[in-house]
Design a protein around this ligand. Structure first.
Ligand code: B12
Ligand code: SF4
Length: 483
């Protein structure tokens, strides 16, 4: 073991994934904001920027931290059939780090929050924090890691008690002493400065900003409301656009993603953010996800005026029966209206579909294809099978149908595929997309590969490759995967 216990906290971003694009570790930066505001010294080691695990572990050890916070964004790529997990690499890094320092480690982040107990166990760690980091992590650092308190009093704490792992339920509260405008989601410039933003932008990342947290809807497979709560908590449009303007001025960021669960709910808040951007005449481009239920001409007009490049809808299906089965609160008519409006206003748009969830049959698959043909989006992004995640209705359904046992911890990816389409599933979808050049199927490698992303970056430095897929496909030798 080496190194004096210093007074600083080192935050480590474990994420090395570069597809569909590298992602600036904004969650870690939120945490850094809170720690810096409370007077802690904070350093960041970002594994996406490091050659290998050992070099990164040595870098952390060299900083002699008082405590090390690990940010686990992704468990796996939620993709089928080409599923791959990120936990083995994280475990390897943690093993290397433990060999170099005896400082206490704690872990958090969305990947951890989805499966806290099993992840703690698998990674052989003793302390974690599920849920939002700003408040609880600060308490964990001050009271437990640098003090003598017990994690039992800290919302979201996950710790070992004898042979058991205890999970204290997370709580959602605003940090004391923060201006209302900054909560939730603010990342201070000092915190972003700890990251190599230039390198991310150079590698094709978009600058990520949150305008709110929460989602009150109940889609059957989705963990977002479990991660962010079911109540919308809105950040002031002025604060959002201040962060955006600063990013443009300080780092030359020109392309942004609003990383809300859904940008346009509540509709008036989305419009207010756009209006603030228009008012400041920011020459920026941006992208986001929209719910088809809350799209009107005024919103699309403001989006265009403020620099939106295009928008993605996530209806998950184009079949009425499947929309109901997925708990989507959407009718086919909402998709029709949204598509019509986008086309009239000249905004590129994509639909995201998930095939194979509960109730899917080849008939409902064909209804979705027929609707997409009729509405003719710029692109379609299709996933096959649904990753079963803890705490969702889908988990219950999978237990009832015997796909998983009631005690399956779901750390290893399990994907639900409706029995009616299971046989010949990949072939059936491949056959249907073969004649549709604007369909992207990541799990089957259709119009989705590092080479294609590289091409998109080289020729169109303005964002998501789906907007260019038709053109890229025709200029690329092997556009269709899975063959
Ligand atoms: C927007 C988004 C994207 C965008 C990102 C765009 C961009 N430029 O940033 C896109 C579409 C590119 C994307 C891609 C992917 N994503 Co995504 N994404 C999200 C989403 C909706 C928001 C993420 C976000 O930025 N949140 C805002 C920040 C502030 O919150 P946060 O990261 O959770 O951080 C907070 C806490 O977690 C905590 N915290 C964070 N770190 C730490 C560390 C410590 C020590 C502590 C104590 C606390 C803590 O404090 C933070 C502040 O409160 C989430 C779902 C969700 N609602 O969280 C999924 C999510 C994070 N994505 C997920 C996945 C899997 C992926 C992909 C692998 C999917 C794929 N195959 O393409 C890729 C990976 C990309 C990559 N390079 O890593 C999963 C991860 C969990 C899992 N199931 O494994 C999620 C949760 C969705 C899901 N389906 O379950 N994603
Ligand atoms: S899929 Fe979207 S709308 Fe549905 S619960 Fe999840 S975040 Fe909310």
């Amino acid at each position: 073991m080496s190194g004096d216990p210093g007074s600083g906290i080192v935050l480590v971003s474990l994420n090395r994934e570069r597809l569909p694009s590298p992602v600036i570790p904004v969650g870690l930066a939120c945490l850094a904001t809170a720690l810096l505001r409370a007077g802690h010294r904070v350093d960041v080691v970002d594994l996406a920027m490091e050659e290998n695990h050992l070099a990164a572990a040595q870098k952390v050890a060299g900083l002699s931290p008082a405590a090390v916070g690990l940010s686990l964004r992704n468990l796996d790529n939620v993709s089928w059939p080409d599923s791959h997990g990120y936990l083995p690499a994280a475990k390897e890094f943690i093993g290397a780090l433990k060999g170099l320092i005896d400082t206490r480690l704690f872990i958090g982040g969305p990947g951890f929050t989805v499966c806290p107990g099993p992840a703690l166990e698998y990674l052989s760690l003793g302390l974690g924090l599920a849920g939002e980091g700003e408040i609880s992590a600060l308490r964990l650092v001050d009271e437990v890691l640098l003090g003598t308190g017990s994690p039992a009093a800290i919302p979201g704490a996950v710790y070992r008690d004898g042979g058991d792992i205890v999970c204290v339920p997370p709580e959602i509260t605003a940090p004391a002493g923060w201006p209302d405008d900054d909560w939730p989601g603010l990342v201070s410039p000092e915190a972003r400065n700890l990251l190599d933003i230039e390198a991310y932008l150079e590698a094709g990342a978009s600058f990520n900003i949150q305008t709110k947290r929460g989602c009150p809807l109940h889609c059957t497979y989705c963990v977002y409301p479990l991660l962010e709560g079911r109540r919308f908590r809105l950040r002031s449009p002025v604060s959002v656009v201040d962060e955006l303007e600063l990013a443009r001025d300080r780092w030359g960021a020109g392309r942004f993603t609003f990383v809300d669960n859904i940008f346009n709910l509540p509709l008036e808040h989305a419009k207010a953010v756009c209006r603030e951007m228009v008012k400041r005449k920011l020459d920026v481009q941006w992208e986001t996800y929209l719910h088809p239920i809350a799209v009107d001409e005024e919103l699309l007009g403001l989006m265009l005026e403020s620099g939106a490049l295009g928008l993605e809808f996530t209806p998950d299906s184009g079949s009425s029966a499947m929309l109901a089965s997925y708990g989507k609160d959407i009718e086919v008519e909402h998709l029709e209206q949204a598509a019509k409006l986008c086309r009239r206003m000249g905004l590129p748009f994509a639909f995201n579909f998930i095939f194979g969830g509960p109730g899917e049959t080849w008939e409902t698959v064909d209804e979705t294809f027929a609707l997409a043909d009729r509405l003719d989006p710029t692109a379609v992004l299709a996933a096959l099978a649904m990753r079963v995640l803890p705490g969702t209705d889908l988990q219950q359904r999978a237990v009832t149908e015997g796909v998983i046992g009631p005690d399956d911890d779901l750390l290893e990816p399990v994907h639900y595929i409706s029995p009616a389409v299971r046989e010949g599933f990949e072939e059936g979808i491949l056959e249907r997309v073969r004649t549709r050049p604007h369909w992207i199927v990541p799990g089957l490698g259709v119009n989705y590969s590092p080479e294609l992303f590289e091409l998109a970056r080289r020729f169109n430095r303005d964002g998501a490759h789906w907007r260019h897929v038709k053109r890229l496909r025709s200029s690329h030798r092997r556009p269709m995967g899975g063959d």
